[in-house]
Design a protein around this ligand. Structure first.
Ligand code: ATP
Length: 255
């Protein structure tokens, strides 16, 4: 159902020194949607992601996820509630195998933040056959099954982004925040990444919020797009409407 809100953030503010990186920003993501977040460089998109997942604390504002306020939770607890994210530059553990990266993601129940966990391959429960099987199924779905036993560090930037998505899926999330999934990715792999996002959305009902500068990606994937400029909401609506919105065009051309 595309009109049930899964994430509702209101009045989020964050300043760094004198810079209002995000100011009174709102965003809504409906269950089962692929929602876009766009805006010129420095608009506050990544800061907003950091606020939603509490990687940094808002000065002000409220975040409701799946009906519950979450802004008081630690980011690993937010991940446990089913809100997970990827990063602009993929944070994979390069000295672990691709498969171990996936298995480590499933360790979230230990209470560790798995994105910050130290390299401890021994804590990965290899004997847990079910987890292994699930990891292999997901690696297949991100096109990395053949790389399962390679070091994550041997992957290309685009493949690392796919691995990060695989890891996010490994946690059985309700919502995945993707920070620039197409940035720095070989153009041939971009279509592939988009196809996989669409497949998880259509087949598994996975909900996505996506920051992306590549407008083709945003326009082809998203049901609804939110536009930030200078930390504030500029517009939101269906992609076709946003593409021709005068205020949006001016914000981009003004830079
Ligand atoms: P881009 O598209 O270039 O990634 P963005 O829309 O994600 O940009 P942010 O990275 O959120 O924008 O930055 C918003 C503003 O906040 C910018 O002016 C940036 O310089 C500033 N900013 C972000 N993080 C910090 C920080 N940790 N310390 C100081 N200033 C920051």
């Amino acid at each position: 159902n595309n009109s049930v809100p899964l994430l509702v953030a209101t009045g989020l503010c964050k300043s760094f020194g004198g810079i209002k990186a995000v100011y009174e920003a709102n965003i809504e993501v409906n269950k089962g949607s692929i929602t876009g977040l766009i805006g010129p460089n420095g608009a506050g998109k990544t800061t907003l992601f950091n606020l939603l997942s509490n990687f940094i604390r808002p000065d002000k504002g409220r975040v409701i996820f799946d009906g519950e306020p979450i802004q008081h939770l630690q980011s690993y607890q937010i991940a446990q509630q089913g809100l997970v994210r990827t990063f602009q530059v993929a944070r994979t553990l390069s000295r672990l195998s691709v498969l171990d990266n996936m298995l480590l993601a499933a360790q979230k129940q230990t209470g560790e933040n798995f994105w910050q966990v130290q390299l401890q391959p021994h804590i990965v429960a290899k004997e847990e056959k079910q987890l292994q099987e699930r990891a292999m199924v997901l690696l297949e779905s991100v096109g990395l099954a053949k790389k399962a036993y390679d070091y994550a560090g041997s992957l290309s930037g685009g493949q690392r982004k796919l691995l990060e998505m695989g890891r996010a899926l490994m946690t059985n999330p309700k919502l995945i925040l993707l920070d620039e999934p197409a940035a720095g990715v070989n153009p041939r792999l971009i279509d592939d990444i988009c196809d996989r996002i669409v497949a998880w959305n259509r087949q598994e009902g996975m909900t996505f919020l996506i920051i992306e500068h590549n407008m083709d990606v945003i326009m082809s994937l998203c049901d609804r797009v939110w536009v930030l400029a200078e930390g504030q909401n500029l517009a939101d609506g269906p992609p076709a409407q946003i593409q021709t919105n005068q205020k949006v065009l001016e914000a981009y051309l003004g830079k």
